[in-house]
Ligand binder design. Structure first.
Ligand code: ATP
Ligand code: MG
Length: 376
């Protein structure tokens, strides 16, 4: 999988740009605020259909313009594709070889993994961020992942609306309970499926995460992941867990929290409430780990995701690294570069430092100097 060319029109601070990429390593170098991360963002928009940082369509379109166009030439399994994303204020239109493609399908076609300052803070942020981390990994490895996550979100939205209408006194209790009952089998089914997929993914990836952590820190650190449903760690029993068991557990919980859901006006049961906790030497990483240790943990998770993806698909995803090297200490930086050398994939990296480490040299690499929305 690789991107050979990128064209931008009125995207962020780029007016018109065409770049030809190297097959292996592409480095965007420049001062702060010049457009380096914007270039990674354009690549992630083509492959994930969303930015890796918070941005709505209006932020992506160059100031005072009405639309952006991002085009990429991609190669996958020896086949060439032209991908286009037109961004309007109200929507995005994405085409592959001039055919419209749904959001869920985009991620199946082209996979990329992003390390960014944002993703490196996932450990200490709210649990929502860790759920996103796991769902992103699940979506990238499982062809049905994006569809399942989208369907669950839709069902959750519907269910929340029903509960909110009741708490806003727009609907009475009897009719609310009856509508809830009618949609609950579908809701529970999607909730249980997504929960099961997450648990299975974490179980399958756990030895890779441990291996990556030892590799990146060069220390014997014990990493455990817990998947908690109402405080109980389900990852412990992943091996014998069935979809039916999860469905039943969620159903029981729904019965217990029925009144609380009605009065709060939102769904309190489902994968959007499950806790994912990383234990670092048996201690909760959210409260115990330093910033650097938390970064190493996320980095290990992403490295494990890349290796796991390759095991399943026989090829590595594209890698986007935004400002990552400068955030790591000497040992971790060296280990990350060693890892980058070992995986045979196309890498895009941003840095403010013109003096790149010697070890980062690869055949087939290009350095692009970015200044004020242009490549010098
Ligand atoms: N919609 C937009 N239209 C025009 N310019 C924009 C738009 N959105 C962001 N910018 C500009 O893009 C620049 C930021 O680009 P980017 O985030 O890529 O910087 P960077 O080179 O990665 O910097 P850093 O090293 O600080 O991370 C800023 O100058 C910002 O004003
Ligand atoms: Mg940046």
């Amino acid at each position: 999988m690789k991107m050979s060319k990128l064209r931008l029109k009125d995207f962020r601070n780029f007016t018109n740009l065409e770049i030809q990429f190297a097959d292996r390593l592409n480095i965007f170098v420049g001062e702060n605020g010049q457009g380096k991360s914007n270039l990674l963002e354009a690549i992630s928009l083509l492959s994930l259909n969303e930015s890796f940082r918070y941005a709505d369509n209006e932020n992506l379109i160059r100031y005072n313009q009405s639309a952006s166009l991002i085009e990429g030439d991609l190669e996958k399994n020896g086949l060439d594709f032209k991908v286009k994303a037109q961004i309007l204020k109200s929507r995005k239109n994405v085409t592959w070889n001039d055919k419209k493609i749904s959001q869920a399908n985009i991620r199946n076609h082209f996979s990329c993994v992003v390390f960014s300052p944002e993703s490196l803070s996932y450990i200490k942020e709210a649990s929502d961020e860790r759920r996103t981390l796991i769902d992103d990994a699940f979506i990238s490895v499982d062809p049905l992942g994006a569809g399942l996550v989208a369907e669950f979100r839709k069902a959750l939205k519907t269910r929340n609306k029903i509960l909110r209408d009741y708490s806003d006194e727009q609907k009475d209790k009897k009719s609310t309970l009856s509508v809830l009952e009618s949609i609950e089998p579908l809701y529970l089914n999607l909730a249980a499926q997504l929960t099961m997929k997450r648990i299975k993914l974490l179980f399958d990836m756990k030895s890779e995460v441990q291996k990556a952590m030892t590799f990146i820190t060069k220390k014997d650190v014990d990493i455990l992941v817990e998947y908690r449903i109402s405080a109980e760690n389900y990852l412990q029993k992943a091996r014998e867990l069935s979809l039916e068991q999860i469905n039943n557990a969620l159903y029981q919980r729904l019965q217990q929290l029925r009144d609380a859901e009605l009065s709060s006006g939102s769904s309190l049961v489902g994968p959007h409430k499950h806790e994912i906790v990383f234990l670092y030497d048996q201690k909760d990483s959210r409260f115990y780990c330093s910033q650097g240790q938390q970064r190493a943990l996320i980095l290990s998770f992403k490295m494990a995701q890349i290796v796991y993806y390759c095991k399943l698909h026989g090829a590595y995803p594209i890698l986007l690294l935004d400002d990552v090297l400068s955030e790591l200490d000497f040992v971790k930086r060296g280990a990350l570069i060693e890892f980058l050398q070992s995986i045979k994939t196309q890498i895009f990296l941003t840095t403010t430092d013109l003096h790149l480490p010697e070890e980062l040299r690869m055949n087939q690499s290009r350095v692009f100097e970015v200044k004020e929305g242009r490549i010098l």
